[in-house]
Design a binder for this molecule. Structure first.
Ligand SMILES: CC(C)(COP(=O)(O)OP(=O)(O)OC[C@H]1O[C@@H](n2cnc3c(N)ncnc32)[C@H](O)[C@@H]1OP(=O)(O)O)[C@@H](O)C(=O)NCCC(=O)NCCS
Length: 169
């Protein structure tokens, strides 16, 4: 269990809305459960403004399949039982990837993203990863700040290429 200082969601805490109150809360990082794959996860991504592929690889069924296959690689930050942050790790046997890292805006800047990234790295290292990578769509200073603070290095000479069966995949 990790303790982070997290601003309460004004929607769920009227006192916080009127006072801007900050409370210290316990955030637990653990695998996302199957229900989470079918609603809460997409809600966190949407609130965080993350661009996703809900009709492709981020479809609830695709996520549930990943969960069944790699339950340790789809992680959530839970404040009590509420999902406030998520990260999806992938391991291809050669490299580990950090994908779809997102934290609800009400909890930004309180260490939740850093805790999720550390948990993702630990899970990938347990699989044998010795190199961990992330793709960041620019501009995204918070994400670049988080990764660089955690020791990741930019590769300005690398260009991302992809070949898609259809635009939503
Ligand atoms: C990127 C994101 C996950 C960071 O989560 P967070 O919980 O707010 O981050 P943390 O509080 O753990 O911050 C850790 C470090 O990240 C960096 N960081 C966080 N917010 C930042 C910002 N707005 N600008 C620059 N750096 C920032 C800082 O280095 C920070 O360390 P510090 O607090 O000691 O300065 C969050 O901003 C988010 O959900 N963004 C929208 C979704 C997204 O773009 N995801 C990344 C996809 S690649």
């Amino acid at each position: 269990m990790r303790s982070v200082r997290c601003r309460m969601d004004p929607g769920s805490c009227p006192l916080a809305a009127s006072t801007g109150l900050y409370l210290t809360v316990k955030v637990k990082i653990r695998p996302i459960d199957e229900d989470g794959c079918r609603g809460a996860l997409q809600q966190v991504w949407a609130e965080a403004g993350l661009s996703t592929r809900p009709r492709g690889r981020d479809h609830p069924e695709a996520l549930a399949e990943q969960l069944a296959r790699d339950p340790d690689l789809l992680l959530g930050a839970y404040q009590d039982e509420e999902l406030v942050g998520v990260v999806q790790c992938t391991w291809d046997g050669r490299k580990g990837f950090v994908n779809r890292l997102a934290v609800r805006p009400a909890c930004h800047g309180q260490g939740v993203g850093r805790a999720l990234l550390a948990a993702c790295e630990a899970a990938l290292r347990r699989r044998g990863a010795r190199i961990i990578c992330a793709l960041v769509e620019l501009p995204n200073d918070p994400s670049l700040g988080l990764f660089e603070q955690a020791g990741y290095v930019r590769h300005p000479t690398i260009v991302y290429l992809s070949k898609r069966d259809h635009p939503e995949v």
